[in-house]
Design a protein around this ligand. Structure first.
Ligand code: G3I
Length: 432
């Protein structure tokens, strides 16, 4: 109801503006395909690290005398409910897929579902495919065994079916994680009592293998071809936490029950049961922190030597100023040197202001990020295959606990923000 009211009021107010920008929009976006097409975006100078530290204007070609003066977009708040907006996944189709992390409730909202189908060709379940959503304790206690739990998939079934119906591929998030995995899964007899004791390493290895097998078997037989990448292990590195080789220890029951080789074992089992075309990822946050980056590289190179990993996921929950793009790019380059695929799996920018000026700065940061991704792909420095934003609207963002965060590309009435146009490399968004 709120959305429809907003729609009609805004339609009237915007009528004049829409007519004004119409010609411009057609001009700007009609030929924006990427590498294969000769659009203007392709002719832009590529950013280098030096350019980032010492900003220089981007050279533009001088229009021929007969060419009409080019209009630059000034209205960035376009209602996706009322008007045609360009598609991000179409724009970037020759570079990488564009993904969305979403919860079931949001996905099944008609307006949001329609927008998602138009804008994204990759999806991640925000919570619905995590162990706490899939593990069924009651069924495990009654029909499972000490080494084999029982799972349920009602949390993610509709999301997988949505992907099938709409030709969207899914990142499977996430198999082995210290968080959102219930404590009882690590206990003898799956006990949830305060005096429960850990199951042995041998039992936990079998539970891990069976868990991975059951998830993959179900998803791959019920929805064949939908999941193209699995986050096999999430957030296992936390230098300074006391674990071997920079591993997270204090809050990881996987580390505490199995030991530091739990990551390698998880990838070994994942490879065993994954469909041949499915890519296996190690995924983590703050990957640009030096100690963390070094520990991740050590870990993934070991697993790469075992033949059991295909990619590194950089979550990328970043701030407006931190990390610097230089540090961020440096990490992608270092990860790229492994020869593994790189995916930006959980991008958002923790903006805590809704001033017009800050929205534009956020648009600039998104634009610079995508400029960097494009440059790294064009130069062969990194095989970046997916960019996923962690949420659709600011309102629904996991960051927005205080109601004052604006990290994403759409606002609560599904209008585009400058951030959206930044992703599309729109000329109205300054690059510096
Ligand atoms: O399911 C319960 C519900 O029963 C209860 O009433 C409600 C009360 O708060 O909580 C619900 O659980 C919440 C859950 O999301 C499902 O909505 C948890 O409190 C809440 O903490 C949880 O947050 C999720 C978070 O992971 C937990 O770690 C976020 O939605 C989700 O976006 C976030 O995603 C993670 C990635 O998986 C990994 N990288 C970091 C990223 C952001 O934290």
């Amino acid at each position: 109801m709120l959305l429809w009211n907003a729609k009609w009021i805004k339609t009237m107010v915007r009528l004049f503006t829409v007519v004004m920008i119409c010609n411009f929009a057609v001009c700007t976006f009609a030929g924006c395909g990427g590498k294969e097409e000769g659009g203007e975006e392709k002719q832009e100078a590529q950013p280098t690290k030096e350019e980032e530290s010492t900003p220089t204007p981007i050279p533009t070609s001088t229009p021929a005398p007969t060419e009409p003066a080019k209009e630059v977009r000034t209205d960035f708040y376009i209602s996706s409910l009322d008007e045609e907006i360009p598609s991000m996944c179409e724009y970037w189709k020759d570079y990488f897929s564009i993904g969305i992390a979403i919860t079931k409730g949001e996905l099944l909202n008609d307006f949001k579902g329609e927008l998602i189908v138009q804008q994204f060709n990759s999806m991640t379940c925000g919570n619905e495919m995590k162990p706490d959503a899939l593990l069924d304790r009651e069924a495990t206690k009654s029909t499972g065994t000490e080494t084999c739990p029982v799972l349920k998939f009602d949390s993610c079934d509709e999301m997988l079916a949505f992907c099938v119906d709409n030709n969207i591929k899914m990142r499977g998030h996430t198999l082995i994680w210290h968080s959102q995995t219930p404590d009882w899964f690590f206990m003898e007899g799956y006990s949830n009592k305060p005096d429960a004791v850990f199951a042995s390493r041998e039992v936990m290895l079998e539970r891990m293998e069976n868990y991975i097998r059951l998830v993959m078997e179900y998803v791959n037989t019920t929805y064949p071809g939908v999941v193209y990448a699995w986050d096999v292990v999430n957030e296992a590195i936390a230098p300074g936490d006391g674990g071997e080789n920079g591993m997270r220890m204090s809050d990881s029951l996987w580390y505490q029950t199995i030991g530091p080789d739990f990551v390698e074992k998880a990838f070994e089992y994942a490879r065993k049961y994954a469909a041949p075309e499915q890519k296996l990822f190690y995924n983590d946050f703050n990957t640009y922190e030096t100690a963390k980056r070094i520990a991740i590289l050590e870990l993934v190179n070991k697993i790469k030597d075992q033949g059991n990993i295909d990619g590194i996921g950089m979550q990328s929950h970043i701030g407006m100023n931190s990390p610097t793009l230089l540090d961020y790019e440096e990490t992608i380059r270092k990860f790229g040197e492994t020869g593994l695929e790189i995916q930006i799996t959980e991008l958002d920018i923790n903006l805590d202001s809704n001033s017009e000026e800050d929205f534009m700065k956020e648009g600039t940061r998104y634009k610079r990020l995508f400029f960097t991704f494009k440059n790294l792909v064009d130069t062969g420095a990194a095989n970046i295959t997916n960019i996923t934003v962690w949420g659709l609207t600011d309102e629904g963002s996991w960051l927005n606990k205080d109601g004052k965060r604006y990290p994403l590309l759409f606002n609560q009435v599904l209008e585009t923000k400058p951030a959206f146009w930044g992703v599309l490399m729109d000329e109205g968004i300054p690059l510096y």
